[in-house]
Design a protein around this ligand. Structure first.
Ligand code: LLP
Length: 419
């Protein structure tokens, strides 16, 4: 238990959240190093029987301290932009532990990846394949490429985070894959080394994985029969977490599906988990500014908003909201809302919650994934600072910017002020 109560006070590992709030101010993100390590180690243990790499999906949380923790724990990285590649390298992840995914990698981003000699570029189209080959040739290098194939499998998750259906923009269409592999083999600047698939995020059912991995196994067998040798099978990310009452599959049961579908092929397995590594390792702590009783509703207005954590507004995502200091009073029904000037700025509707007076602290749970990384300065608010806890120690790993710092680099041309 890395998040829990002691004498009614919520603690992250051995540190009181209220203490951090007093020092850092609200809102802020707080991460448990121990939870993150436990999540990563669960993957490591489960995949130990395979030759496997755990390439943490940096998009889930791209805080330097988080990515550095992954690096220190022996994890690799799945990156989707030149910026994430820079960050992963800066955090100490070796190029041979980095895979590069994404449907729109630019020439410049590809050049960076090829120069670094990363483990694998997951190519998503015929045009991208040409581009990688050109870039590698120009640089006098051989680029390691895999094709990300689209298996046309429904991940049975939220429509905005489903990626493996044929109408989605992702991956090489299944029927084109063979032709593209053979084209790639003709390009001397490419080293064709793998196949990749990613069907979606927050999967709670293993069956879509089983279906997709089974199809990939079949494709690998066909390719190898055709003279295309495959070393790496990249299975993407997607394992869900428990936000409310979900029962996500364990890493063991996921590994069992990998064994059943792909074990006989004896390939190097790559996984790209994001949410299941950092999701439950982070909370967003916020202070109640006001409460407001209307004829219909009780509103609890917090100092965190949709710019800090966009998941509820964007995906109708459910996050548990708990008092940092528990009083045990009988609960009320309230809407927990942010201060942003949009009606969508709602963290929870009709939530049964302890009565929360102004000034009290709330923790929005399971906010470690796609919280910080999707935060913005909307309403000209600084993105929340971040704190990492390990045991009884904690550190501010990203301070809150001042308004002056938020303006850094901006200029106003003289002619703006001319009449
Ligand atoms: N690999 C690829 C190619 C991906 O596109 C993703 C996520 C992952 C790995 C990591 O998936 P995970 O293990 O985290 O499920 N913002 C949304 C989630 C978007 C997921 C995008 N791709 C949310 O807050 O629910």
């Amino acid at each position: 238990m890395y998040f829990g109560y002691r004498d009614g006070e919520m603690q992250v590992e051995q540190v009181d959240l209220a203490k951090i709030a007093a020092e850092v101010g609200t809102p802020f993100y707080c991460y448990s190093y121990g939870q993150l390590a436990a999540n990563l180690n669960a993957y490591r243990r489960a995949l130990a029987p395979f030759h496997a790499s755990i390439c943490y999906s940096v998009k889930a949380n791209s805080s330097l301290a988080v990515v550095s923790a992954v690096a220190a724990l022996g994890g690799g990285a799945d990156v989707v932009s030149g910026g994430e590649l820079f960050l992963a390298l800066r955090a100490g992840i070796k190029p041979e532990n980095i895979v590069f995914s994404g449907v729109g990698k630019t020439e410049q981003e590809l050049a960076g990846a090829v120069t670094q000699g990363i483990r694998q570029i997951n190519v998503e189209s015929a045009e991208e394949l040409q581009m990688v080959a050109q870039v590698a040739q120009r640089l006098g290098k051989r680029a390691n490429v895999a094709l990300r194939v689209n298996p046309d499998v429904d991940a049975l998750t939220h429509v905005k985070i489903t990626t493996g259906k044929k109408e989605n923009k992702f991956g090489v269409p299944w029927p084109q894959a063979h032709e593209l592999y053979h084209a790639a083999l003709q390009m001397p600047s490419l080293n064709v080394c793998g196949i990749a698939v990613h069907i979606g995020s927050q999967l709670l059912d293993l069956e879509p994985f089983r279906l997709a991995f089974g199809r990939v196994a079949h494709m690998v067998e066909e390719l190898e029969r055709d003279g295309v040798s495959i070393q790496n099978i990249d299975l993407g990310g997607g394992l869900g977490i428990n936000y409310n009452v979900e029962l996500p599959p364990t890493c063991e049961s996921y590994a069992e599906v990998v064994r059943e579908t792909l074990g006989h092929l004896n390939k190097h397995i790559i996984v790209e988990p994001g949410r299941s590594v950092v999701g439950n390792a982070g909370v967003l702590v916020t202070r109640v500014i006001y409460t407001k009783q209307t004829e219909q509703k009780l509103f609890v207005v917090t100092d965190a908003g949709m710019n800090d954590l966009i998941r509820p507004a964007m995906y109708d995502a459910w996050h548990s909201i708990l008092p940092v200091n528990r009083t045990g009073e009988p609960p009320v029904v309230a809407d927990v809302v942010g201060p942003i000037c949009e009606s969508g700025d709602v963290f929870a509707k009709d939530r049964i919650i302890e009565p929360m007076q102004s000034g009290r602290l709330l923790a929005i749970m399971c906010a470690g994934a796609y919280g910080e990384s999707m935060a913005s300065q909307y309403n000209f608010r600084p993105v929340p600072p971040e704190v990492m806890v390990r045991g009884s120690e904690y550190a501010v790993v990203r301070p809150r910017k001042t308004y002056e710092q938020m303006l850094e680099g901006q200029t106003v041309p003289n002619w703006v002020n001319e009449q």
